[in-house]
Design a protein around this ligand. Structure first.
Ligand code: KIV
Length: 266
């Protein structure tokens, strides 16, 4: 496999040539494993708030949280493009705020791009970032940072809502985004949006017609508890395996079976 680090331009060029399999990552070791597996884009999602930090939603995540986790992922990724999710209220207040915070994240972590939520109304912010040298992955459809106004439900149902989503995708493309995440829309609309723009549409709960897919790594590995959105496919069930390993360890410690001579210094 070609090991040259991928750029936003490379991801854009994958549209129509191969389906793009993206995952979230939050730490060095996982990033190295996913990179070795050939995943081309690692998103340090603000889902770190729910997956690792135990919050109910992503709103409490701070820029410092993201910088810490992104720097670890950058150290783990040798080929994958690393994108940082800008957390709630680090880019919404003004374009100046978006530029200063995104610039800080790129400078302090070494990641190559930022992700920000919002469609048509966010286009001026995306354009300013791109014009100032900061590649942007856009995010439309269900946008989790708007949980208090939109909720966490499927978007784009009905003709008018679908038309607005296609317009959102076109607007972020025109503003210069190198790709766009499309979350939680009917599959037919996912395919329609992908056909409407030249940049890759990376779906999450947006059906097979998208140019690529992204999943939260903890969901894929079976590490996110009992709640599972319909669009998640578990490729492993590590939760019960971790619990069984911990229980076996406890039994061995209590019985004296661990540590044995093999795991002790002479
Ligand atoms: O934060 C995140 O993990 C995301 C993905 C679900 C796209 O935004």
């Amino acid at each position: 496999m070609n090991t040259k680090p991928l750029t936003p331009r490379d991801i854009t060029a994958m549209k129509g040539r191969e389906k793009i399999a993206c995952l979230t990552a939050y730490d060095f070791r996982t990033a190295r494993l996913l990179d070795d597996a050939g995943i081309p884009l690692l998103l340090v999602g603000d889902s770190v708030g729910t997956t690792l930090l135990g919050f109910d939603n992503t709103l409490p995540v701070t820029l410092d949280d993201m910088i810490r986790h992104t720097a670890a992922v950058v150290r783990g990724a040798r080929r994958a493009l690393v994108v940082v999710d800008m957390p709630f209220m680090t880019y919404q207040a003004s374009i100046e705020q978006a530029l200063l915070n995104s610039g800080r994240v790129l400078r302090e972590t070494g990641c190559q791009a930022v992700k920000i939520e919002g469609g048509d109304f966010r286009a001026p912010c995306i354009a300013a970032l791109v014009q100032n040298g900061i590649p942007v992955l856009a995010h439309i459809g269900l946008t989790p940072q708007s949980v208090q106004t939109l909720g966490m439900r499927v978007q784009g149902r009905g003709d008018e809502a679908a038309r607005r989503l296609v317009a959102d995708a076109r607007a972020v493309e025109a503003a210069g985004a190198f790709a766009v995440v499309l979350e939680a829309v009917p599959a037919a609309l996912g395919a329609e949006v992908a056909a409407a723009v030249q940049i890759p549409v990376i779906g999450i709960g947006a059906g097979p017609g998208c140019d690529g897919q992204i999943l939260v790594i903890n969901d894929l590995l079976g590490l996110s508890g009992d709640f599972q959105p319909k669009f998640v496919k578990r490729y492993a069930d590590l939760g019960p395996q971790i619990a069984a390993a911990a229980a076996a360890y406890q039994t061995d410690v209590q019985s004296g079976a661990f540590p044995d001579p093999e795991h002790s210094y002479e």
